[in-house]
Design a protein around this ligand. Structure first.
Ligand code: GS8
Length: 215
């Protein structure tokens, strides 16, 4: 049975889920949700995610939401296929993957998301970006990226010298962030820059980016 992802390609969290499926080489069906028409707040979608947010996954009788839980499920279900994103044969490496997955969701995401939402989404909604929000979060993001710079000076990827789910989770927001005037926050940190160039050259990233661009 084909895995279904409910969402839209331009949505960052949908893109996180689909990037993981691309990385694993697993076929899936993207079921479009009329996001700007509010379909995600209608009963049919609320039965998949009661919080009314995309994406959702359906695999047979299993329904999931939360993009990082979706990627964890995909990485576990297909652990023997393609890249081992969770280092399931090595307890210590697997634990480090979990650490950096948490860092992305607890430190990186809260700083980068408001910047991307203000710079990219506000104009689409016909609003003016709130520069004060952007500035406050740029300060937070710089501090997070200083930690990344230090970490990536001793390991090639975040969890160690191996690419993992922790790196993949950074794709969508960094993708949008690199289109903003503040991409220098990444480019001015040599190890962060090299890491980003490396992971954004992977076929899974390119497929995700292509899907975002073609809408
Ligand atoms: C966040 C989902 C989310 O914010 C996840 O899946 O990782 N923690 C969740 N989805 C946005 C679209 S951006 O990708 C969304 O559905 N927003 C509508 C809303 O919050 O009402």
């Amino acid at each position: 049975m084909t895995i279904k992802i409910y969402g839209v390609p331009i949505s960052t969290c949908t893109a996180r889920a689909t990037a993981c499926l691309y990385e694993k080489g697993v076929d899936f069906e993207l079921v479009p949700v009329n996001f700007f028409g509010g379909e995600h707040k209608q009963p049919a979608f609320l039965s998949k995610n009661p919080f009314g947010q995309i994406p959702a996954l359906e695999d047979g009788d299993l329904t999931l939401f939360e993009s990082r839980a979706i990627t964890a499920y995909v990485a576990e279900k297909f652990k023997e296929t393609g890249t081992d994103l969770i280092r399931h044969n090595n307890l210590k490496e697997a634990a480090l993957v979990k650490v950096w997955i948490q860092v992305e969701s607890q430190s990186f995401d809260p700083a980068i998301t408001p910047i991307v939402l203000e710079y990219v989404l506000a104009p689409i909604k016909g609003k003016t970006a709130d520069q004060a929000v952007i500035d406050a979060n740029l300060v937070k993001l710089e501090k997070v990226l200083d930690v990344y710079e230090s970490r990536l000076s001793s390991t090639k990827y975040l969890a160690g010298d191996f690419y993992s789910l922790a790196d993949l989770h950074h794709y969508p927001y960094t993708h949008y962030f690199m289109t903003t005037p503040w991409a220098s926050l990444v480019n001015d940190r040599p190890h962060v820059k090299a890491w980003w160039e490396d992971i954004s050259s992977r076929p899974s990233y390119k497929k995700m980016a292509e899907a975002i661009t073609s809408g």
